[in-house]
Ligand binder design. Structure first.
Ligand code: ANZ
Ligand code: ZN
Length: 804
């Protein structure tokens, strides 16, 4: 027997796989399809650390398993390389973003290639490739033509440090998610995508998806659908621009309890009322002050409320005709509902605090509650005229019908889609003096990003592209007259909105127009069957991509309503100090080093064995030894293999069938750690045998190969095969073998029951002990095992040493 020399073996097989084109997608096969997708990386300058491949290892295992189970697998990889991170890196290191991206991709690819993934590299994509982004531009144009992209001058989030406008999704507690600067509101010209038109579809679509509930819930919250009503409060004074103030409320049943109305400082209402406001200087000063506060500061509960009354303005309550005062206060936000609120201090926390501070009337209209606190629950109406005595449930409907109208509001905002930066897809529009905004014709796509000397942001609200006259000035495609190109670029998230489609197109005539030729292949490969990535994309990429997909569905490009059928989220690997792995903290572990010392197969097994896949877990190089030993045991088993297929002892046969069942189910449910522990148990049992029949050993190798593909292919060839084990069928199990005389054994630690395992009645104590230990690891780690008591077939108790 040769030594287990991972370096030699891994290099050899990676070469061999490439030579045999083993991972080429089976495009025209009659097999059922399985599209397994990773969230593709943006190639940063720091290279990969050991945390990055965790998700890729999982999809690799999953797709190898699927391939062996008879599926035609599509498992591609590519690069998400436009956007701020790449550009900021380039500026900092004084190289052109294009060069930086090229260099970083090369490095990333080298790092990935030594882990032994089964990617079909022929379908590699890069979002910054003009052949790729001509389609990003094309999809944008379809949206533009359908009225889903519009130009706006509304104030938007502006990062003073990144010098660009941002979408709501790019903020973290009111700061720029990239650089942490406090974001300002700035009116700049921008392109916006009408994602709110899809709010309901995005919400409803979630129901059918096999996604983690937590991610669905974040999307629901992000979309934030509220059902309520709109009421009009008429002005008592004459104003030429404005007759009434409209408010959005989720509590129409409290209409009789309104004692004032509040406008948000940025509301257009305030500007329209300017001439009627007697204390305008004071109001203006307040509005100025508020500009520097973040939304979080403004809306946090318990924060002191501020505001100014609009002197000279009164509005009439539509329910009973009484006049109430109007205020401007920053606890009302500009971008939500109508930007105006009917205040009901008796039944709303914020209104209550505000009314107390400014001595405003508090009028109870729902019975219940205690003195000196707002009553927030539903209940029976009082002081509400003809509606007295009705319960809120009934009153809501009646009051809406009598005084207002039903209204649904969303927290989701339209997607601010332009950036004043260089490194992005140019927005393919032309501004003509005569014709207005004109779409670049399909035949002129891509609109290539021009090379520039200075790509630093200008800070003027214009992108660096605006300074390149030769590029900006073009003939209008409509009238031939003078036109100017749109100089804003698309946000970082544009290219990833459709990249899974690009992989499909890439294998079929390679990105050529027209789109219609891809209809059948889209139909064949969509939706993505398994999508794996970080939870940080829950409300950005995953909402944006679903939006684009639903739009493409509506215009007949794709035939499924949702892009990603099943989603698994990867728990982070943290550094051994428990912090995020980052160059900044000096705690990065490079996979290259781990692979050099331990081998890619060991790293793969280790990362999957660390714990439940979705959990965050700290890296610990010392624990690699366990995974390495497991593989060495498999390696050494070749010594015991006897070239005969005669019956083994009953126990091993049953265990084998069970393990086949368990490993398959566990891979299917992404429980890789438990799959590996059952493989460990099987290997331990095989090791105890004098001889292992070749058919058993073959089955074992097939079960292990998704996890450790290099080593198993080497052993497979030692057994005499000329072909890769990747081309074998996944082993099947015999259900009859499973219904043997099983018993459930309770596991105790210091007499407390901590779990249970199912084993054969005849299993040896050793076997039960080993299996039980894995089950209660957590509790055993609290001390050394002093004694083990086994009551055959019923109970096993681990007695730990008393800690002194
Ligand atoms: C009167 C009222 C009475 C309200 C009451 C609540 C309780 P969600 O669930 O988030 O949709 N509101 C409306 N527009 C607002 C804005 N632009 N900024 C801040 N607050 C706003 O909340 C809707 C409720 O939030 C609305 O219902 C309104 O206050 C307030 F006992 O109207 B309510
Ligand atoms: Zn920033």
């Amino acid at each position: 027997m040769k030594q287990y020399d991972h370096k030699k073996i891994e290099k050899k097989w990676q070469k061999e796989w490439a030579k045999q084109e083993l991972f080429k997608t089976e495009e025209n096969s009659p097999k059922p399809k399985c599209f397994v997708l990773d969230m593709f990386p943006y190639p940063s300058g720091e290279g990969l650390h050991v945390g990055h491949p965790k998700g890729y290892i999982a999809t690799d295992i999953y797709s190898r398993y699927k391939k062996m189970s008879g599926f035609a697998v599509l498992h591609p990889m590519g690069w998400d390389a436009f956007g701020l991170p790449a550009e900021n890196y380039a500026i900092k290191n004084k190289i052109h973003p294009r060069e930086a991206v090229e260099k970083n991709i090369k490095r990333f690819k080298e790092q990935l290639s030594i882990i032994g993934f089964n990617y079909d590299w022929e379908r590699e994509i890069n979002t910054t490739d003009p052949e790729y982004y001509k389609w990003t531009q094309w999809i944008f144009l379809q949206m533009y033509k359908k009225g889903l992209a519009y130009e706006s001058h509304e104030p938007i989030n502006w990062c003073p440090s990144c010098q660009t406008g941002l979408a709501n999704e790019d903020l973290e507690d009111g700061t720029c998610e990239r650089c942490g600067s406090v974001v300002e509101k700035r009116p700049i010209r921008q392109w916006v995508l009408r994602i709110t038109d899809y709010a309901d579809k995005l919400l409803q679509g979630l129901e059918k998806l096999d996604w983690p509930e937590s991610i669905k819930e974040s999307q629901r919250n992000w979309i934030g659908r509220s059902e309520g009503a709109e009421f009009e409060f008429k002005l008592t004074t004459k104003n030429l621009q404005l007759e009434a103030i409209r408010v959005f409320t989720t509590r129409p049943d409290t209409l009789f309890g309104v004692t004032y109305v509040v406008l948000s400082p940025e509301s257009n209402y305030v500007q329209s009322l300017k001439d009627n406001i007697l204390n305008w200087t004071e109001v203006e000063k307040y509005i100025e002050e508020v500009k520097h506060k973040t939304e979080i500061e403004r809306t946090t509960e318990g924060k002191e409320k501020t505001g100014v009354e609009l002197q000279g303005i009164k509005v009439t309550n539509p329910a009973h005709g009484e006049d109430v005062s109007v205020w401007v206060a920053d606890y009302v936000l500009g971008g939500y509902g109508t930007g105006a609120v009917m205040a009901v201090p008796a039944h709303d926390e914020r209104d209550f605090t505000f009314a107390k501070k400014y001595n405003l009337e508090i009028k109870q209209v729902i019975s219940g509650g205690v003195e000196n606190e707002p009553y927030l629950e539903n209940g029976n109406l009082i002081h509400s005229g003809e509606f007295n005595g009705l319960h809120s449930d009934k009153a809501i409907e009646k009051i809406i019908n009598t005084f207002g109208k039903k209204k649904v509001t969303y927290k989701l905002r339209d997607w601010v889609f332009s950036r004043q930066r260089y490194w992005g897809e140019p927005i393919p529009l032309i501004h003509c003096e005569k014709c207005g905004v004109i779409a670049v014709p399909e035949k002129d796509l891509p609109v290539k990003l021009p090379d520039v000397k200075k790509y630093e942001p200008t800070g003027t609200g214009e992108s660096p592209l605006a300074g390149i006259d030769e590029w900006v000035n073009v003939d209008c495609p409509e009238c031939g007259g003078k036109g100017k190109r749109e100089t804003n670029t698309m946000p970082q998230w544009a290219g990833s909105c459709w990249y899974y489609l690009a992989y499909i197109m890439r294998g079929n005539t390679n990105f050529k127009f027209p789109i219609s030729q891809y209809k059948d292949v889209f139909k064949k490969w969509l939706p993505v069957d398994m999508y794996v990535g970080g939870a940080e994309h829950a409300t950005r990429h995953l909402i944006y991509a679903r939006f684009w997909h639903k739009f493409l569905f509506d215009i007949g490009v794709v035939s499924t309503e949702e892009p990603f059928k099943r989603l698994q989220h990867v728990g982070l690997i943290q550094a051994s100090d428990g912090r995020k792995m980052s160059k900044r903290y000096g705690n990065v572990i490079n996979p290259d080093d781990i692979i050099e010392t331990w081998g890619a197969d060991t790293m793969r097994v280790y990362e999957m064995f660390m714990g439940p896949f979705a959990n965050s877990i700290s890296w610990n190089t010392d624990s690699m030894i366990g995974s390495r030993r497991f593989l060495e045991k498999v390696w050494r088993l070749q010594e015991k293999v006897k070239d005969q297929t005669e019956k083994e002892t009953g126990d091993l046969e049953i265990l084998l069938h069970k393990t086949v069942k368990k490993v398959g189910e566990d891979i299917e449910s992404f429980s890789f750690n438990t799959a590996i522990s059952s493989l460990m148990i099987l290997v331990n049992e095989m090791e105890k045998q004098e001889e292992v029949s070749i058919s058993y050993f073959e089955i074992l190798l097939k079960l292990v190969t998704p996890f450790a593909p290099h080593m198993t292919d080497e052993l497979w060839s030692v057994l005499g095969s000329k072909e890769s084990i990747y081309l074998e069928n996944w082993p099947s199990f015999n259900t009859e073998k499973l219904v043997s005389n099983e018993v459930v054994v309770a596991i105790q630690v210091n007499g407390k029951t901590r779990g249970s395992i199912t084993v054969e009645r005849e299993s040896t104590e050793d076997f039960v002990q080993n299996k039980a230990k894995l089950e209660v690891e957590k509790w055993l780690s609290e001390g050394n095992v002093r004694r083990v008591v086994y009551v055959k077939g019923r109970l096993i108790n681990f007695v730990l040493e008393q800690k002194s």
